[in-house]
Ligand binder design. Structure first.
Ligand code: HEC
Length: 149
């Protein structure tokens, strides 16, 4: 019985409690709950915008794709939390490298908007798609590098 218990412990203890934490190499960024709530709301808007952009591309509506990207994700969409109280401004809690990825995402969305507008003249959407890939690349880069919980 003692042997069995020892065996169970030997197998179960290392496997059970902290597997997820150990396997997660992302940097933990601590933010007040208010900042995290703001961030989640903004993220959901980005996700919806991305979906709308892809929908517009499928319809070959490059002007709509450009407008959505610029207004909702581009440089024009920066500073959304400017007037919020400090504890609700995610940017104030981001390490520099994380902040750089965030700014890069906005700039990439503006680059995409420009490429999307130029698509009818260019004759094909290759450049616009490459620019959009830089946008999704920023989502992935940040999510793969940082966590807030
Ligand atoms: C600079 C870093 C950064 C970038 C860039 C970024 N995210 Fe996030 N995202 C986060 C963090 C941090 C959270 C977790 C927020 C929390 O719950 O504390 C998050 C959460 C989310 C969520 C979950 C929201 C929820 O309701 O829990 C979605 C969806 C999301 N991001 C989509 C995107 C998309 C799409 C992009 C690119 C267009 C993107 N994110 C770019 C950092 C980023």
């Amino acid at each position: 019985m003692k042997k069995l218990l020892a065996l169970v412990c030997a197998i179960a203890v290392p496997l059970a409690p902290s597997f997820a934490a150990d396997a997660d190499g992302r940097m933990l960024v601590e933010m007040p709950l208010e900042a995290r709530a703001e961030m989640r709301a903004e993220m959901l808007d980005f996700q919806t915008a991305l979906h709308s952009i892809i929908t517009a591309l499928v319809e070959r509506n490059y002007t709509d794709a450009a407008d959505i990207a610029e207004k909702q994700m581009g440089v024009s969409a920066m500073g959304r939390h400017r007037n919020a109280p400090p504890n609700a401004r995610p940017g104030m809690f981001m390490p520099n490298d994380m902040h750089a990825i965030a700014r890069g995402m906005h700039v990439s969305a503006t680059d995409f908007a420009r490429a999307a507008r130029a698509t009818p003249k260019a004759g094909n959407p290759t450049k616009a798609l490459a620019a959009l890939q830089a946008v999704t690349g920023a989502c992935v880069a940040c999510h793969r590098s940082y966590r807030t919980q």
